[in-house]
Design a protein around this ligand. Structure first.
Ligand code: SAM
Length: 235
């Protein structure tokens, strides 16, 4: 495991128990932005929103943290398998799912890492392939080689399946509570397009900046951070 990965894992192990509470407001804003246009993410999601879960959608929530993206999308998908580098985040995810009445048949998380040179063997089981939807919420900036990271995720998608990435547009190192865990300062449209295309995810590519920024309190200073959502389909 690289030094950056070790630092990142230790950092998230430490903050996991208070993560949702500390970032309550930005996480609420992210959820609203995501729900605002489910059809943009994938037509099957908005059909399920209109007709309560008719189509089977298997989702992979990568870098799931304690479950912000899963919680937002779970009403519209059939099953979620989630993965995070941090054992404590995984524990928080599974605790919150259970508390909300969802068992492993609906959603469950386990520890793993597909971003490092050696991908976790624990994720080689066939159930970790053939997804309809792969999401990465604010995790890609921890990847030392984002192109390889997204290629690894693309392999997990069905042909025609959707990859959805949310992350910061720029200025992340300056605004992070722990800059030593940040590999990439942010992703612009052209960079994301190239990353998606290199991973054969260029079908229906789009990248949108969310107008209203996320507001963080970093060591007593207010930081406004622009974030984006990017999507593409596996060709
Ligand atoms: C900013 S948090 C976002 C969590 C969640 N997706 C959300 O939107 O609230 C970043 C997450 O990425 C995870 N992470 C960082 N590097 C990772 C890696 N190589 N593999 C899996 N997860 C990773 C961290 O442990 C952390 O939970």
């Amino acid at each position: 495991m690289s030094e950056l990965t070790t630092r990142t894992r230790e950092y998230y192990d430490r903050v996991a128990p208070t993560y949702s509470e500390k970032f309550h407001e930005p996480l609420g804003h992210i959820a609203s932005a995501l729900k605002a246009d489910l059809g943009w993410v994938g037509p099957k999601l908005s059909e399920n929103a209109a007709h309560a879960g008719r189509q089977s959608i298997k989702m992979f929530d990568y870098a799931c943290g304690d479950g912000a993206i899963s919680k937002t999308l779970r009403p519209y998908v059939s099953k979620i398998l989630a993965v995070d580098l941090s054992d404590s985040m995984v524990a928080e995810y599974n605790k919150a799912a259970q508390a909300a009445g969802y068992g492993p048949e609906k959603m469950t998380a386990q520890q793993g890492d597909l971003f490092s040179d050696e991908a976790s063997q624990s994720l080689s089981d066939p159930e970790y392939f053939n997804f309809d939807l792969v999401t990465v919420g604010f995790g890609l900036h921890h990847a030392e080689t984002p192109v390889q990271a997204v290629q690894r995720l693309a392999e997990r998608l069905k042909k025609g399946g959707v990859c959805l990435i949310l992350d910061f547009a720029s200025g992340l190192r300056e605004s992070s509570s722990d800059p030593s865990t940040i590999a990439v300062d942010g992703f612009g449209r052209e960079e994301m397009k190239r990353i998606f295309e290199d991973a054969d995810l260029g079908g229906g590519f789009d990248y949108v900046i969310i107008e209203e920024p996320l507001i963080y309190d970093i060591r007593g200073t207010r930081r406004d951070m622009q974030f984006f959502m990017a999507r593409g389909e596996r060709i």
